[in-house]
Ligand binder design. Structure first.
Ligand code: SF4
Ligand code: SF4
Ligand code: FES
Length: 661
């Protein structure tokens, strides 16, 4: 709980949190004071001095600028004392003398009872859109866009705002953050290289995102500071981090690869870093000057792009809690062109099979592939890239390995199926889905398989508890994949949709959808094309593509219910040690949801009951989602659905007509 401090404002007693800015406290107490350089989305600067108030602290009075004065003592505040009024009047007279036609200056002067200035400036500027040197644009460029393109030059009356060397800086991306915060309209953006239909519409909505990013990211996700690595900390805390081939959801050594460790020991920029110019989220991170210990570049100093969440979580999944390992694994996956998620999940599966005795050193070419085998994992990665040894097999992925081990080594197929953390042949991205039915189906029922950009339901379901009922989950599994399809169709990044949640989102009717951000995307589409987009139209066009994808799956021999399954490891505890690790939670579920008393039952019995229930839940959610999508019970689009969508083309009907039962 924040420390409270009692202060008086014009003799009104109020309590405020320590470090509240005086301007906020004054406004909250119902008093008004003029501001000019202040902007709600920017760090206060205190340069115009119009918000000056008088405070009394320990019996002494002094002037402070309210916008950047943090309250730390029991002060008395006078917002309208005689001295304050005189001070403000003097200031606004000077402003008026220099910029007599600027509306915001005129407005404040009028409010303070000043109609004329006694101070005639030698550089009076009659332009109503003159620059009044408030510095908001400089701060916006720095804080919203992480650039320092704008700055002040000159001294005294020659002071002016400019870009370096008075030239248009090529780093300026025309984001208009500066224009958005300018109180006079001094900044005009004229360059529209992509010829959008309505650039103002795009900018106005993009601007909101930039402002939210600048003000909320530091308190919500710290994407600018540590990138997606912040998710490692969250997932570990919520027992959702994949550990040991998704057996467990947290680990005591996670601190060795979490965002604190990465920031303290590895990330080198010390600043936000975007993967494309203009992204105000800037979640990319880099490790510079890293000396490699293995592989073809051993001994060399390299720069490593990352690590991001999935790579760190992949390391946890392999039980490799070591920062140096993580960075080296990241580097070589990137260098070899190997997907970190598929590699880590496959190796975690191999490790479990190794520990279970399904494969031995005889099969691995001598590699002791226990969880946490750092050196061996890197050796295996090099083998995969070079097409040598056991790496040749591991590079084929989980499904291929499972088939080979069953066929050639007589392995227990049921157990291997249970721990095969793949669906549709794609390795599951690094989120523990066991406790989230919505996320199990989010992966399993995705046309393209359990890919990481289908992973957001876990946050809504488990972390934010936005999908409490079965119906909520089914509806989410209809809406969100279509919403995801829109990102793909528009070629837009998904992260800025939901990684920052607007401050007032909780008051929205459908908060899980982040409606304000959805609308930003619609307006972007409209601003680019001139065609209106709304939720109904978005769902229609995405559903056309989604159903077409499903029919293509069918053409390739997939696209039916049997291919929408998830291994039981993704739904519940396969082994006794998993059940025991969460016994309290599972026992509670047996008792409260199924009405089964766990007392006196063996772990095996309890596991069997839980499994039956969870498998049924998955089937039920599958039924509900297929119905909502307009598909048959076998997961094939109905002819009626294609008609509704206007894509009942003869060649498509031909493909689905024998699957309508
Ligand atoms: S348009 Fe954006 S990048 Fe360019 S100067 Fe303004 S704030 Fe900076
Ligand atoms: S251009 Fe606008 S925002 Fe920038 S210093 Fe001048 S008045 Fe302030
Ligand atoms: S608004 Fe506080 S100093 Fe300008």
């Amino acid at each position: 709980m924040a420390e409270k401090i009692q202060i008086s404002i014009n003799d009104k007693i109020v309590k405020v949190n320590k470090d509240t800015y005086l301007l906020d406290a004054v406004k909250k107490a119902g008093f008004g004071i003029p501001t000019l350089c202040y902007h709600k989305d920017l760090t206060p600067d205190g340069n115009c001095r119009l918000c000056t108030c008088e405070i009394e602290i320990k019996g002494r009075r002094k002037f402070v600028t309210a916008c950047n004065y943090p309250i730390r003592d029991e002060i008395r505040v006078f917002t309208d004392s005689k001295r304050v009024k005189e001070h403000r009047k003097l200031l606004i007279e000077m402003y008026l003398g220099r910029w007599p036609e600027v509306p915001i200056i005129q407005k404040i002067a009028k409010r303070l009872g000043v109609t004329e200035s006694r101070f005639k400036s030698s550089v009076t500027d009659d332009n109503p859109a003159a620059c009044i040197l408030c510095g908001r644009c400089v701060r916006a460029c720095k804080e919203f866009m992480l650039e320092e393109i704008l700055g002040f030059a000159g001294r005294g009356i020659k002071r002016h705002m400019t870009m370096p060397f008075y030239e248009v800086d090529p780093h300026c991306i025309g984001c208009t953050s500066c224009a958005y915060v300018c109180p006079t309209g001094a900044i005009k953006i004229v360059d529209d290289l992509n010829n959008p239909f309505d650039p103002v519409m795009i900018r106005n909505h993009g601007m909101k995102i930039n402002a939210e990013m600048a003000t909320l990211d530091k308190i919500q996700n710290r994407m600018r500071e540590v990138g997606t690595a912040n998710i490692v900390d969250v997932m570990n805390a919520y027992d959702l981090l994949p550990v040991h081939n998704y057996k467990f959801g947290s680990h005591p050594e996670t601190y060795k690869i979490d965002s604190k460790m990465l920031k303290a020991k590895y990330f080198t920029q010390g600043m936000a870093d975007g993967c494309w110019k203009g992204c105000s989220m800037a979640c990319a991170k880099t490790v510079d000057g890293f000396r490699l210990k293995t592989g073809p570049y051993r001994g060399q100093l390299v720069s490593v792009d990352g690590p991001e969440y999935e790579t760190a979580a992949g390391a946890a999944n392999m039980g490799c809690f070591d920062g140096d390992f993580l960075v080296e694994f990241n580097f070589y996956c990137d260098t070899y062109g190997i997907d970190t998620i598929s590699a880590a999940t496959t190796i975690a599966f191999v490790m479990e099979a190794f520990e279970a005795g399904i494969i031995t050193e005889k099969h691995t070419g001598g590699l002791k592939l226990n969880f946490g085998a750092l050196r061996e994992v890197l050796e295996l990665l090099h083998q995969m890239a070079e097409g040598k040894g056991f790496g040749v097999d591991v590079g084929q992925g989980i499904r291929w390995l499972r088939k080979k081990w069953v066929k050639e080594y007589g392995a227990d197929e049921k157990f291997l199926c249970d721990i095969s953390t793949e669906s549709k042949g794609l390795e599951i991205s690094e989120y523990m889905t066991k406790e989230s039915l919505a996320q199990q189906a989010g992966y399993g029922l995705a046309n393209k398989g359990p890919q990481h950009d289908e992973a957001w339901l876990i946050f809504m379901d488990m972390v934010n508890n936005q999908l409490p009922t079965f119906e909520d989950k089914a509806e989410a599994l209809y809406y969100f994949p279509l919403w995801r399809t829109l990102f793909g169709l528009m070629g837009l990044c998904k992260i800025i949709w939901n990684d920052i949640v607007p401050a007032n989102n909780k008051f929205e009717k459908e908060a899980a959808k982040i409606p304000e951000h959805v609308n930003n995307y619609f307006k972007f589409f409209e601003g680019m094309t001139g065609k209106e987009l709304n939720e109904q139209k978005m769902l229609l066009q995405s559903a056309r593509v989604y159903n077409l994808q499903r029919i293509m799956n069918l053409m390739l021999g997939f696209g039916t219910r049997e291919h929408d399954t998830m291994p039981y490891r993704a739904k519940g505890p396969v082994t006794k040690e998993e059940y025991v690790s969460r016994a309290e939670r599972y026992d509670k579920q047996l008792k409260e949801i199924l009405g089964v008393d766990p007392e006196g039952k063996s772990t095996e019995e309890k596991m069997a009951i839980l499994r039956k229930y969870r498998e049924e839940q998955y089937e039920k959610v599958t039924d509900a989602v297929f119905k909502r999508r307009g598909w048959t019970k076998n997961g094939v689009p109905t002819i009626e659905r294609l008609k509704e969508l206007g894509i009942d083309l003869p060649e498509l009907i031909e493909i689905i007509k024998n699957h309508q039962e």
